[in-house]
Design a protein around this ligand. Structure first.
Ligand SMILES: Cc1ncc(COP(=O)(O)O)c(C=O)c1O
Length: 372
């Protein structure tokens, strides 16, 4: 028997993620389109993107926010290329994106004094081995493994090094301990359901001090450059972007920020993701054929929820296809480098009712495939 109800929105992709509830592109304030991003109207919109982000996230005094090119990858790479190399680096990874940063550091930047701490999909490395007097590079939430750091207790408050955190699938959905982080990056298309293309780069005062006191030995392309004559280009952090952004994407981001405020702020977006995760946890607890890739509840992601099924990889593909063909769930296959399974986005823009409607279909699809 087919379940009686389908999710109203079957978008469960882990990026770009579902638009916010009630999103309607025709209601965006488009007065800024067709104007220069350096005209006062454009600059004002970009400045709001920086300053409203700091306010809504509750960033500590002195932390700066910039809109930068090339999404989260652009933000991470401009930070690493600009600041690494001054001291040894500890890199932690437990899934493919974090591993990509390790590759950047060892193969592209070719840093020699590097300690790698890694773990398999679904697990976390041993944080007690990290030396916080080195620079530390890690991912807050492993999007492709569904495992996240439970906290930042392992980071020294009085560290000598800088901490670089790719938090793209965590910001707005998880409690981030900002004071423990010096470089934080994310993109709009994750928890807020915004658009790709632009990255957000958040810098602590200590990161700024590094930028002003250290010049890497390698060349920096223009789109990575944050200083001029040894001084931070402050205007980057008030809306004067390095090159031309999509103002349509900026307006879309401002709409998402407004939505966050309208529902009660970041506590509410976190609560929505937590609630979505517990819906899946209840379901998994009742069904022996489905399991979390992250077995330890304390490290389980509430955004990129990764699940394994007692099926072969081919059968898992059939489940995914059945759900897609029935317009019940789109884009929920595990990431290409991750173990076969499902990845269901549970971030703030996912309405819990859609998830509740999806789960009986998941059971139906599983049984269809298992019994054929
Ligand atoms: C943890 C993590 N880092 C980096 C990226 C790359 O992000 P972007 O495509 O926004 O550059 C992703 C994308 O899913 C991600 O999940």
């Amino acid at each position: 028997m087919l379940p009686s109800q389908k999710p109203v929105t079957p978008n469960f992709s882990s990026g770009p993620c579902a638009k916010r509830p009630g999103y309607d592109v025709s209601t965006l304030d488009l007065t800024v389109l067709g104007r220069s991003h350096r005209a006062p109207i454009g600059k004002e919109a970009l400045k709001s993107a920086c300053l409203d982000t700091a306010k809504i996230l509750g960033l500590p005094e002195g932390y700066r926010v910039a809109v930068v090119p090339a999404s989260d990858t652009g933000a991470m790479e401009m930070a690493m290329w600009s600041m690494l190399g001054e001291r040894p680096v500890d890199v932690l990874y437990w899934e493919s994106f974090g591993q990509g940063w390790a590759t950047d550091i060892t193969k592209q930047l070719q840093l020699k004094d590097v300690n790698i701490h890694s773990a398999d999909y679904g697990q976390l490395p041993d944080f007690s081995k990290v030396n916080c007097d080195h620079d530390v590079v890690f991912t807050w939430n492993g999007t492709t493994s569904g495992a996240r750091v439970p906290n930042a207790d392992w980071i020294d408050t009085n560290r000598e090094g800088l901490t670089f955190c790719d938090a793209t699938s965590a910001v707005f959905a998880q409690d981030i301990e900002w004071q423990k982080l010096d470089v934080i990056t994310y993109s709009w298309q994750k928890v807020l359901g915004g658009e790709g293309g632009h990255g957000m780069l958040i810098l602590s005062p200590k990161a700024v001090a590094r930028l002003e006191s250290y010049t890497p030995s390698w060349p920096l392309p223009k789109i990575f450059r944050m200083t001029k004559g040894g001084k931070l280009i402050e205007s980057l952090f008030t809306g004067a972007t390095i090159n031309t952004p999509s103002m349509l994407c900026v307006v879309d981001y401002l709409d998402a920020l407004n939505w966050v405020e309208s529902i009660g702020g970041v506590n509410e977006t976190i609560a929505r993701a937590n609630n979505n995760l517990s819906t899946i946890e209840d379901f998994v607890a009742k069904h022996a054929w489905i399991e979390f890739l992250a077995k330890d509840k304390t490290v389980r992601s509430n955004t990129s929820v990764c699940l394994t099924l007692d099926l072969s990889p081919e059968q898992v593909k059939s489940v995914i296809k059945l759900l897609d063909d029935n317009a019940v769930a789109y884009d929920i296959g595990a990431y290409r480098d991750a173990p076969a399974g499902l990845r269901i986005w549970c971030g703030a823009t996912i309405e819990n009712s859609n998830l509740v409607a999806l789960l009986p279909w998941l059971e139906w699809a599983y049984k269809e495939v298992k019994n054929t």
